[in-house]
Design a protein around this ligand. Structure first.
Ligand SMILES: Cc1cc2nc3c(=O)[nH]c(=O)nc-3n(C[C@H](O)[C@H](O)[C@H](O)COP(=O)(O)O)c2cc1C
Length: 309
């Protein structure tokens, strides 16, 4: 009996070499070390750390998380330690072999760019992901990722502020994801991450109140997977830069669906709350799929979706 060689799971995202195509999603893995007791982070493709602001930031008051069918709604409001503490304390605590993607989030373009500047050249940092799902204060509070002009200016300013590979994380709360993807590509983004959480609301009818103090929240988990897949599929047809797909990935086949739709890598978010080893199980599930389909490399799956006759 001949034994089949193990499939090659390595991937590349914006010039960053990844051991596997699976990363942990921003905001769902802290700064990485929180999950170290549960899994060897080096077995993953990398992590995207919690979004950083210039100064430390305290989030919304509770209740700020609630369960929904097949998902969760959160309005944490991006509580974080700030970029300087991240660079001084959090980044050096991570294994040097692990590709670490920093994420930034701010209320003004100049402040986003300043965070990028401070991150630029940090030892051990692989890339920056720009979280564009933040209200643009000067534009009356609409998300950067919802306004084509604001998204263009944001991408341009961050591009000028860093030589690190730059991914823009798109908001799903838009009419045309393809248009937003093209804008980022045109302004020099190296790649796109999609999708962020989908705006939603839950009502506690006994109390006759919104379940979250913030009223609205971001819906994540398996409930949003079909939306995320549709958006990755549309973005892949609109741009040539690589995509990192996420939204409700809970298993190997879920991740394979994103790769087939054109994502070069994926991120696991909400599922980590159910099972802190979820991302590793997704890696194992991709390997299992490759074995069952006699693929020597998971890269063969990227964009390999077949059309109906
Ligand atoms: C509690 C929580 C906090 C999050 N915080 C961030 C964040 O800081 N920055 C960011 O870009 N996305 C954040 N996200 C969005 C996730 O990274 C991801 O885009 C989204 O949840 C969809 O993936 P999932 O369904 O696998 O969770 C957060 C999601 C959750 C559930």
């Amino acid at each position: 009996m001949t034994t089949q060689p193990e499939p090659d799971l390595s991937a590349e995202l914006c010039g960053v070499r990844l051991r596997t195509p699976v990363l942990l999603a921003s905001g769902t893995c802290g700064y990485g070390t929180e999950l170290s007791p549960f899994l060897d982070l080096r077995q993953l493709g990398g992590i995207v750390a919690k979004s950083l602001t210039l100064e430390p930031r305290v989030g919304n008051l509770p209740p700020r998380i609630t369960e929904t069918p097949a998902g969760m709604l959160n309005a944490i409001s991006l509580e974080n330690v700030g970029v300087d503490v991240f660079l001084r304390e959090k980044l050096p605590a991570l294994p040097t072999e692990l590709p670490v993607f920093a994420s930034t989030f701010e209320t003004e373009i100049e402040r986003y760019a300043e965070v990028c500047k401070r991150l630029d050249g940090a030892p051990g940092l692989a890339a920056i992901e720009i979280n564009a799902s933040c209200p643009h204060v000067k534009a009356g509070g609409i998300e950067f990722g919802q306004d084509p002009h604001a998204l263009a200016s944001l991408t341009r300013a961050c591009r000028q502020a860093t030589r690190l590979p730059l991914l823009i994380k798109l908001s799903p709360n838009v009419t045309s994801i393809a248009e937003m993807a093209r804008i980022c590509e045109g302004e020099g983004a190296d790649g796109l991450s999609l999708i962020n959480a989908v705006q939603g609301m839950v009502v506690d009818v006994e109390q006759r109140r919104p379940a979250l103090r913030n009223v609205l929240g971001g819906l994540s988990g398996p409930a949003i997977r079909p939306i995320a897949l549709r958006m990755v599929h549309e973005a892949a047809r609109a741009v040539k830069i690589p995509l990192c797909g996420m939204g409700g990935i809970a298993s190997g086949p879920d991740a394979v669906a994103f790769l087939l739709c054109g994502a070069s890598a994926v991120q696991v978010g909400t599922q980590t709350y159910t099972n802190p080893r979820a991302a590793l199980e997704v890696v194992e599930g991709i390997a299992d799929y490759c074995r069952r389909h006699s693929l020597s490399s998971a890269r063969e799956l990227v964009g390999a979706l077949e059309a109906w006759d």
